[in-house]
Design a protein around this ligand. Structure first.
Ligand code: ADP
Ligand code: MG
Ligand code: ZN
Length: 485
């Protein structure tokens, strides 16, 4: 039987705020365990939470950026469960009345080969966005006896962003996550640093026989913070469920974990239902009201978002959608691109270099453009050197790697290394005549119709000039001389 994959994703994004959501403790990462705690986030008796206004503002911002309706009236709720890293015995979250609902974001899959047909675009619905506090961290390794708890993270603000079950493949899931992550970063809502756990994902996966309209039973793979793992985990889970169904079994609704060592998902606990948490309105906080004026103010402050930038790149620079999607993946990369184009106004050529050579170097080092030393000025100047015929495209490729690594000035490099291309026609012509004279058999072969032999002659000329002969001129002169002699 053929099955269709159904995926819905829950993302937890830590907001870019200096203090926690209900107290003044710092949110700084990587500090001494339990050095950033106070009676509120330790859950001591007699304290009261005070809502961090900035978290609400960032929640509104991401809500607007994902086309959600911002609730004029929302409410925090207590989600009760016991865990050593949750000192209060409950987490302050939102339940029936979240901050934002009914949004959507657009994803692109297989927007390859510069085609921009609508089939590659897809809207993924956002069910809701709500605010909540993070829990602390249990540390099980590094102690001879027992475990420890670090509560620095307890009370750190999170936005939980829940999607509709609209995705149909792991590739769509990854495209959704990348798109959402870009919006979070563009808007300054979160740095979405996955290594620090500031952008984590729970993936809900189910299968249904093709043609059926009801969804099948789902499992939820918890707390993943790498695109590669998420992709692998969903693939694994799809295959696992398919096998169970094929063998006539039933999928049990449960929470699973991705085991990065053995590349399998493992059951963690049976799925808890909302009623297991005994949700009730948080009595220590007043309901939250968000005025029209506040929403309007935040709307006006929104930067150009990835969607709009992508459309603008397609329209203003006549770029294929494929290019525009990649170039606008981060604000910094988009800025680098635009700055380079402003200095060297050939958008497609710049795009090829940014998407090819530059991204290759960045990916090799697992780096973002803001951490690299190369500047738009240098790329533009390199491209000008090619255009003026000073250096060949081939030499430019090698130079690029050096400029990327050292931030060297291209013109200076070319001068210092004596890489200036030989374009002087009489100099080239002289050499060409000598080479033809030295290879009469090949010359005859060419004249007899063996077109390919031109490559042999180009190679000889290049060898003589150490690769620095102007290829266009060499070709033209060679053909002329070969046919004339
Ligand atoms: P919970 O809060 O218990 O995790 P929700 O109803 O909030 O449950 O749903 C969580 C996520 O599961 C949502 O992203 C939703 O799209 C997704 N989801 C719901 N049903 C299915 C299903 N049958 N298959 C895949 N995903 C699903
Ligand atoms: Mg869930
Ligand atoms: Zn605190």
């Amino acid at each position: 039987m053929k099955y269709e994959t159904i995926i819905g994703l829950e993302v937890h994004a830590q907001t870019l705020t200096e203090s926690k959501i209900f107290c003044g403790c710092s949110t700084r990462f990587g500090q001494e365990p339990n050095s950033q705690v106070c009676p509120v986030c330790l859950g001591l008796p007699g304290v009261l939470p005070v809502l961090n206004q900035r978290v609400v503002e960032l929640g509104i911002r991401i809500g607007l950026a994902t086309h959600c309706k911002i609730a004029p009236y929302s409410r925090f709720a207590r989600k009760n469960y016991f865990y050593p890293d949750l000192p209060k015995g409950y987490q302050i979250s939102m339940f029936e009345l979240p901050l934002a609902e009914h949004g959507a974001i657009e994803i692109f899959t297989n927007a390859k080969n510069g085609q921009s047909s609508d089939s590659e675009r897809k809207k993924i619905g956002l069910t809701r966005i709500h605010m909540e506090e993070d829990a602390g961290k249990n540390i099980h390794e590094g102690f001879s006896v027992g475990s420890r708890v670090d509560l620095n993270r307890a009370g750190v603000p999170l936005l939980e962003i829940v999607s509709e079950p609209d995705m149909r493949s792991p590739e769509e899931a990854i495209a959704y996550l990348k798109s959402l992550r870009a919006i979070l970063m563009y808007t300054g809502v979160s740095d979405a640093d996955m290594e620090k756990g500031n952008f984590r994902c729970d993936a809900n996966v189910s299968l249904r026989p093709v043609g059926r309209s009801e969804f099948g039973t789902r499992t939820e793979i918890k707390n993943m913070n790498s695109f590669r793992f998420i992709h692998k985990a969903i693939n694994y889970e799809v295959a696992r469920q398919e096998k169970v169904l094929e063998e006539g079994g039933r999928i049990v609704q449960e929470t699973r974990l991705w085991d990065t060592k053995n590349n399998v998902t493992l059951p963690m606990r049976s799925k808890e239902e909302a009623h297991d948490y005994r949700y009730f309105p948080e009595p220590d906080l007043v309901p939250l009201t968000v005025s029209r004026e506040w929403v309007n103010k935040v709307t006006l402050e929104l930067p150009e978002l990835p969607d709009a930038k992508r459309e603008r790149f397609v329209n203003d620079y006549s770029l294929p959608v494929y290019d525009a999607v990649i170039l606008t993946a981060s604000q910094a990369l988009a800025d680098f691109y635009e700055k380079t184009v402003s200095l060297y106004p050939k958008p497609k050529i710049v795009s090829n270099w940014v998407m090819g050579d530059l991204r290759r170097e960045l990916n090799d080092e697992n780096k973002e453009i803001d951490a690299a030393v190369i500047r738009p000025e240098q790329l533009a100047s390199l491209l000008k050197l090619i255009e003026s015929g000073t250096i060949s495209g081939k030499i430019a490729k090698t130079l690029f790697v050096e400029i990327y690594r050292t931030g060297a000035d291209p013109e200076k490099l070319v001068r210092e290394k004596g890489l200036t291309q030989v374009s002087d026609e009489s100099e080239l012509d002289q050499a060409i005549q000598e080479i033809i004279a030295a290879h009469p058999k090949e010359a005859e072969g060419y004249r007899a119709g063996k077109e390919k032999l031109i490559g042999f002659f180009v190679g000889q000329v290049m060898k003589q000039f150490g690769g620095k002969a102007n290829p266009g001129k060499v070709n033209a002169l060679l053909r002329k001389r070969l046919l004339a002699s």
